[in-house]
Design a protein around this ligand. Structure first.
Ligand code: FAD
Length: 762
């Protein structure tokens, strides 16, 4: 959330994308705080809204209707979204520990990561039952069960362990959906059997007897076998065993029992309650550490014991937001008093719901419609996001920061703004640089005579006899608000040229610009970005030997890389070796340009962006080796000129023509949707000028995939020509090597008299 005039002064890190944090993000999107940056770390790009989950399982809603797109919401909020799993806290150094990235520093932290059904105490439960949380995992298993039931003939038995509202509702939803699926297939819904287990004497123990009676009647009417007073003590593959020794066979076992806090919370030193939930005060601050907040299921309010329900997590969103704001301002957070009773609208799968509040209970189809209206209204708040609004709100937020700073920090903040106004583009301070880079460990190569270990005016690298040097440079600004991932992509992109030539990267110098700010923030930014880059360079055995870091308006990173290749021109994989008859192969899907243009406009789904980023960090190294092994005649890596631009760069010097099969092009998820909606990269217009290379452009211009041949790629795949008789084997080998989308996308033709070398096919 850095504006041109306002350096980052405070980092609020949100752990988990639960129901409270989505409220925080929305609020900061609507009312940004100058100088305050939010970072949300969550295992999923799409976070489920629990109230609609049973409706999704029952088939009344699709996936997107019941999930909040966190990645998109983060763009709206001007927040960073890190898709990762939090595995611990380093409270001494104020850092969040993640599974797949460097620790993330925080000034203020908030934890909203829900609860996990406790299956650990029951032997076999973790291995053989599926817990309802994390929902993403449950969803994958649910979809697999749906498919299994569709294919399987004969009886399928589903057991649900836990008869609270979640368990009962989920069972009824699953039953409704599975029965319907069988009916649609012309099969007998009676092939399904359902069992519900509870260690209590009653189902829905926290609800009133009237509500319980209603659900008892529904379960009986639906033929569900309810095992009351039956604690499940062991789970074996396809079998449940209870405390009384009863055994029930089940094809799928779903675990929806009493929940507890994540295991890693035990090592944080934060005070936890008996179930492992974080103890918080009325202000939602942890009782242990006032700079750490917790909300939702994971929080246990010491003065107000609450049921674990999404409704409380949602309601805690506004007070949590206010208290996070107050804390960074140095003001005292305010107490929050949750309501004592709450309305639960529990559905029965068949678009019927029963309301429960205190001693009240009533049901009907109208209750379901009411619930549906409430739920959809809630979701709309996170779906109807306008990029125009977000940008307008952020540009209004350039006023002075209200963040409480130490006197040293104030000086640094003033100097950061002054530097920017001076526009001097000064070097980043030596102390900051050495602290950030000192933590990094570039790969140690014997041929680096002078490098970062023993820095001098320039690096000195030996060129072994019989080798020629290969040089390349790439530089671009951050297209994603995640410095670690950006560093990885930038390094991977830069290395792409080397692999495409069949060369080995040897050494790299980095050039970076970082926005000015507090020293600690600049240092961390550099550290995160260079850690990502270094992981990629080290994996390629490419030594980082030096660099230059300056202050600039935007975060940007590039590399000048030197490499080695045999001093024999025939060993160099050039663009100009294509031969008529060769098959044109592409190793990665295309569409990054359109997808990131859409991301900036809030028009891309989080999972599309996630998949695109995953594709961008895949190295082309193994792919190039494979192509060489199969006698590739020419090769290049796809970057900014787009597929057509790079193809023309190959056909022209090769003296050949080519045909390109549009229908065969591997596309990143969402790329087609973006271009069909008219969203293309700002570089597209320049690339489209190359349409003059198309022989049948007019005939193909309306093909839905046509715009994608101009789409600029970042860290794209390899485009290569391979002799026809080896193409199938080469594609199979590339797929096996991890390039799952590798496809034959065209054929090389003998050159004709036509001025246009490329023919498009549908
Ligand atoms: C079937 C079912 C139906 C329910 N229906 C209702 C209902 O109708 N009304 C109601 O009020 N309650 C309902 N509940 C209860 C409700 O699901 C929870 O109370 C609610 O989800 C809690 O919200 P939360 O914000 O605390 O956490 P969650 O909604 O669980 O969100 C936590 C987020 O944190 C992420 N996360 C978890 N661990 C990590 C990690 N280590 N690192 C990074 N991210 C992490 C998760 O991916 C998730 O995005 C239902 C529960 C179930 C099982």
């Amino acid at each position: 959330m850095q504006t041109p005039d306002q350096p980052i002064l405070r980092d609020i890190v949100l752990v988990g994308g639960g129901h409270s944090h989505v409220g925080v993000l929305k609020s900061f999107g609507m009312r940004p705080m100058p100088g305050v940056r939010l970072t949300v770390i969550c295992t999923d790009a799409h976070t489920p809204y629990s109230g609609m989950l049973p409706g999704y399982v029952a088939g009344h809603y699709d996936y997107d209707a019941v999930h909040i797109d966190l990645s998109r919401l983060a763009v709206f909020a001007g927040a960073r979204f890190y898709r990762d799993e939090v595995i611990g806290l380093d409270r001494t150094n104020r850092k969040v520990l993640c599974r797949n990235r460097p620790p993330v520093p925080f000034d203020v932290l908030s934890i909203n990561l829900g609860a996990t059904p406790q299956a650990h105490g029951v032997p076999g439960a973790v291995e053989h039952a599926v817990a309802v949380k994390p929902i993403a995992q449950f969803n994958a298993r649910w979809l697999a069960l749906l498919e299994r039931v569709r294919r399987h003939t004969g009886t399928t038995t589903v057991a649900v362990v836990g008869a609270g509202a979640g368990g009962v509702e989920l069972l009824l939803a699953m039953q409704f959906r599975l029965r319907k699926e069988l009916q649609l297939l012309g099969r007998n819904p009676g092939e399904l059997a359902f069992h519900l287990f509870t260690d209590r004497d009653v189902i829905l123990p926290t609800h009133n007897p009237g509500v319980r009676r209603r659900f008892d009647a529904v379960l009986a009417e639906r033929g569900v076998v309810v095992h009351r007073g039956s604690a499940v003590t062991q789970v074996l593959p396809g079998l449940l065993r209870t405390a009384s020794g009863q055994e029930v066979q089940a094809d799928e076992i779903v675990w929806v029992t009493r929940a507890g806090g994540a295991a890693w919370l035990n090592d944080t030193g934060l005070a936890l309650d008996a179930d492992g939930f974080i103890q918080v005060t009325d202000s939602l601050q942890t009782v242990t550490d006032p700079a750490i907040f917790a909300a939702g299921d994971v929080a246990s309010m010491v003065n107000h014991p609450l049921e674990k329900a999404g409704v409380f997590a949602v309601r805690q969103g506004p007070p949590l937001t206010e208290n996070l704001r107050l804390t960074v301002q140095g003001a005292a957070p305010k107490p929050y008093h949750p309501q004592r009773s709450w309305l639960a609208l529990i559905s029965t799968g068949n678009q019927f719901a029963i309301a429960s509040r205190g001693w009240l209970g009533f049901g009907g189809a109208w209750v379901w419609r009411w619930k549906d209206w409430i739920d959809r209204s809630f979701m709309r708040k996170f779906q109807d996001l306008s990029p125009m609004d977000a940008n307008a709100l952020r540009s209004q937020a350039t006023s002075a920061s209200t963040v409480a700073l130490t006197s040293e920090e104030s000086l640094q903040a003033i100097s950061a703004i002054a530097m920017r106004c001076g526009g001097c583009g000064a070097k980043v301070g030596a102390t900051v640089l050495s602290r950030a880079l000192g933590q990094l460990q570039p790969v140690d190569r014997a041929d680096v005579l002078v490098g970062l270990k023993d820095p001098d005016d320039a690096a000195v690298v030996r060129v072994p006899p019989g080798k020629a040097m290969v040089h390349s440079v790439d530089f671009f600004r951050a297209f994603v608000d995640d410095p670690y991932l950006f560093g990885k992509v930038a390094a991977n992109h830069a290395l792409g040229d080397f692999w495409a030539m069949g060369a080995q990267a040897q050494s790299a110098t980095a050039i970076a610009t970082v926005p000015p700010g507090l020293e600690s923030k600049v240092e961390d930014l550099l550290f995160q970005m260079m850690t990502g880059a270094l992981e990629v360079l080290n994996a390629a055995n490419c030594a980082l030997v030096g660099g230059h870091t300056g202050e600039g308006k935007e975060l940007a990173l590039g590399f000048a890389i030197n490499g080695l290749i045999d001093d024999d021109p025939t060993q160099i994989l050039r663009k100009n070796g294509m031969r008529a008859g060769d098959v044109l192969i592409l190793t990665k899907p295309i569409g990054t340009g359109a997808l990131f243009a859409a991301h900036a406009r809030l028009a891309a789904k989080g999972r599309w962006i996630d998949a695109a980023l995953q594709s961008m960090v895949v190295s082309n190294q193994a792919g190039a080796q494979c192509l060489l092994a199969f006698g590739a005649t020419a090769c290049t890596d796809l970057t900014g000129f787009g597929l057509l631009g790079h193809l023309v760069e190959m056909t022209r010097p090769s003296g050949v023509d080519a045909e390109l099969y549009l229908d065969a092009l591997p596309l990143l998820d969402g790329a087609q949707e973006c271009v069909s909606a008219g969203i293309v990269s700002s570089l597209q217009a320049a690339n489209v000028r190359l349409r003059r290379a198309l022989r049948n452009q007019e005939a193909m211009v309306t093909h839905p995939r046509y715009p994608l041949i101009f789409d600029p790629q970042t860290a794209g795949g390899l485009l290569a020509s391979v002799p026809a008789d080896r193409a199938d084997a080469c594609i199979a080998a590339l797929r096996k090597a991890g390039y799952a989308h590798t496809t034959a996308i065209g054929r090389i033709l003998a050159q004709t008299d036509a001025l246009e070398p490329i023919v498009l096919r549908g």
